[in-house]
Design a protein around this ligand. Structure first.
Ligand code: NOJ
Ligand code: CA
Length: 465
């Protein structure tokens, strides 16, 4: 059995996890100083959001050097220390790989000999950016338009160019050689664009299934079949490494069959995000329907490991969105995420039921409004929640309500529940089997164990035979 087949991955938004030097920004030494919390919790691996150099228009997702660490977050030596210290605690480290686009300040973008590394057009087509507005920006120096599926500071790379592919092979190998356990791949379903840059068709209202409507179906700027070739290429690279490494791709598709396709024939992603599940309303009929359709989509691929998550740094946290701050519902959500078969991602703070924090306009950092789910971790009731001794880059919110230190002391806390559930998860064996149950409940068997999720009372019961 591979290590990720029943794993709990913990997503660290590094800027907001722990600040070691009082500049108000979380960093790698801060993360190292909190590894004992993660070891105590029992997670198998961490995924760090981008730690590479970036002008931070999109906080690390606009990379200006793929082989250098962002000075605000640390140094290459800090990464080595992180890998070693995490490893000593049985925790693997995954880094975020951002291959779809670079920063517009990346030297490649201004290098005339590398023009063809990006996607250019003489006239814009109808594609819209995932962040809204046209996906094209005119470059007066070049006299043409460049594609940006995200911010205009994030020009899309041209993955038809073999030099781009070869460059990324080197980038992967660099970090693998350093000892990372794999990558979370940003926009893993969208790397290659339509060769002819054809217009996207409009989307009907029922085709808008994400919290950010796009107005059109992403047919030609995303989800192209040729992207699978690139995933297979990376899979060959990671598979040549020992101990085994893992590719966790950000896949944002609605249909379970389309999601399953990113696992390939065991030769593409090891794990693909399941946003249909994350975006499902918090009620047993919808969630069980998506979960069962997802499992069914992988039925012919017994080696493929399903993946469940409720929060991340891009969308409202599940304790707010699903549970409206009700701890009893948070318990149901945590139990659901941690007892379904496969792997699970917990986003930092999920383990204490951390909620979104309202961020006033004058403290706004993210141009597209994702600050509330990115605010600093609540470690204790000390100044700034124990996150920093300086001025935090984003407001803390009410860290007295739920924090790690208080919840460690309380045996009935969400934190202790999460830890218990992780231990239970490790013991659960056997496939998912639905058990008939009353209204408002979702019950299923995992081998000889039974999981009862009652969304109405609300309460949770896991009976291990
Ligand atoms: C998905 C990342 O999670 C998000 O934070 C980022 O803005 C976009 N991809 C673009 O890189
Ligand atoms: Ca810092």
């Amino acid at each position: 059995m591979s290590w990720w087949s029943n794993a709990v991955l913990y997503q660290v938004y590094v800027r907001s996890f722990a600040d070691s030097n009082g500049d108000g920004i979380g960093d790698l030494p801060g993360l190292v100083s909190r590894l004992d919390h993660l070891a105590w919790l029992g997670v198998d691996a961490i995924w760090c959001t981008p730690i590479t150099a970036s002008p931070d228009h999109d906080f690390g997702y606009d990379v200006s050097d793929y082989l250098a660490v962002h000075p605000a977050l640390g140094t290459l030596d800090d990464v080595r220390v992180l890998i070693t210290e995490a490893g000593r605690r049985g925790i693997r480290v995954l880094l975020d790989l951002v291959p779809n686009h670079t920063s517009d300040r990346h030297p490649w973008f201004r290098d005339p000999s590398r023009r063809d590394w990006y996607v250019w057009a003489d006239r814009p087509n109808n594609w819209v950016s995932s962040f809204g507005g046209s996906a094209w920006e005119y470059d007066p120096e070049v006299g043409r338009w460049y594609l940006h599926n995200f911010l205009k500071e994030q020009p899309d790379l041209n993955w038809w160019n073999e030099e781009v592919r070869a460059e990324f092979d080197r980038i992967l190998r660099f970090w693998l050689a350093l000892g990372v356990a794999g990558f979370r791949i940003d926009v893993a379903d969208g790397i290659v664009k339509d060769r002819w840059l054809r217009d996207n068709p409009p989307a009907s209202p029922e085709e808008e299934w994400t919290p950010r409507p796009r107005g059109q179906r992403f047919v030609f700027n995303r989800y192209r079949p040729e992207t699978h070739e690139v995933l297979r290429r990376w899979r060959r690279i990671v598979d040549a490494h020992w101990p085994p490494r893992v590719l966790l791709g950000e896949v944002m598709v609605r249909e379970p069959e389309a999601w399953a396709a990113y696992y390939g024939r065991g030769d593409e992603l090891h794990l693909a995000t399941n946003f249909r599940f994350q975006f499902a309303p918090f009620e047993p009929a919808s969630l069980s329907e998506v979960a069962e359709a997802s499992l069914a989509a992988l039925a012919e691929a017994p080696w493929a490991v399903p993946l469940w998550h409720g929060s991340n740094h891009d969308f409202s946290r599940f304790p707010t969105r699903w549970c409206r701050g009700d701890d009893r519902l948070v318990r149901v959500a945590l139990a659901m995420l941690l007892t379904l078969p496969g792997a699970c991602i917990l986003y930092q703070g999920d383990e204490i039921g951390m909620e979104d924090v309202p961020v006033p306009p004058e403290r706004r950092q993210d141009p597209v409004g994702r600050d509330p789910e990115r605010t600093p971790m609540h470690w204790s009731d000390a100044t700034n929640g124990g996150f920093t001794s300086g001025d935090p880059w984003l407001p803390l919110g009410d860290f007295r309500l739920r924090n790690v230190a208080d919840q460690r002391r309380d045996p009935n806390s969400l934190l202790n529940l999460t830890r218990d559930l992780i231990r239970i998860k490790k013991r659960l064996r056997g496939p998912y089997q639905r058990v008939p149950s009353g209204h408002g409940c979702w019950c299923f068997r995992r081998g000889t164990a039974t999981v009862e999720l009652d969304f109405e009372i609300p309460k949770v019961r896991v009976v291990e035979a």
